[in-house]
Design a protein around this ligand. Structure first.
Ligand SMILES: [Zn+2]
Length: 233
């Protein structure tokens, strides 16, 4: 957000965003054994949590990283309006298995618009708008998330080159701007549900998310779904 960013583009964008890490503690969970470390964004005061597997990642292979944006309704209540809760569970299971880190980014509810606004957007969706149109109706950005603190946390954890567990190519671009190199995108698609199908179709069609949405695809798209399955191996 500094004015210098405008003058020298990329290099200024990689200026350190101040964050502060706390102690690393054990975090046994239903998904496996992890270690956790809280990080404070010293600009905004928002506190994030890095959850890492003690399993060492394969030598010569970039570590697996999931940047998970907080979604209270999906993550805590298991809401089927979105796929966040299932993505979180999938990511933790995969990271427990093959090593890596999940960075849980708080203050990013509803792609950065906040919980109350997200619920307002849900009301608009119930009136017929899609997830993008609903934000527009509220005069809010479609995606207000900032990844500068996330990139700095990853850098301070020594994670400069990562395999990013995400279907969102925009996340890859934003991380690159912040100085984290994504060497591979690892898809995280979980099965769609009747309740979140329209939301996922909007993410695919209007936000360029790499989703196959399996059975809703025309028959000819089977090859794409197969590719995703192979990439997950
Ligand atoms: Zn969600």
């Amino acid at each position: 957000m500094t004015t210098s960013t405008k003058h020298d583009g990329g290099s200024a964008a990689r200026a350190p965003h101040p964050v502060s890490g706390g102690p690393i503690v054990q975090l046994p969970t239903a998904f496996g054994e992890f270690v956790a470390q809280a990080w404070t964004d010293l600009v905004t005061g928002v506190e994030h949590l890095a959850v890492s597997s003690p399993v060492a990642h394969r030598p010569g292979r970039a570590p697996l990283v999931r940047l998970h944006s907080e979604c209270l309704t999906g993550d805590v209540f298991g809401s089927y309006r979105c796929d966040c809760g299932e993505q979180l569970a999938y990511a933790l299971e995969l990271i427990a298995e093959e090593g890596g880190t999940l960075l849980y980014l708080r203050g990013q509810e509803g792609r950065g618009i906040g919980l109350a606004n997200k619920i307002k957007a849900y009301a608009l969706q119930e009136a017929g708008f899609d997830t993008v149109e609903a934000n527009e109706q509220l005069g809010l950005p479609v995606d207000a998330r900032c990844y500068k603190a996330a990139a700095q946390i990853l850098a301070e954890m020594g994670l400069h080159e990562i395999r990013l567990l995400s279907n969102n190519p925009d996340k890859q671009n934003r991380l690159a701007q912040a100085g984290v190199k994504v060497v591979e995108m690892v898809p995280t698609e979980v099965p769609s549900r009747e309740q979140n199908l329209r939301y996922l179709q909007t993410k695919k069609n209007r936000m360029d998310h790499r989703l196959t949405l399996g059975e809703t695809e025309p028959a000819g798209s089977h090859a794409i779904a197969t590719t995703f399955e192979h990439e997950q191996d």
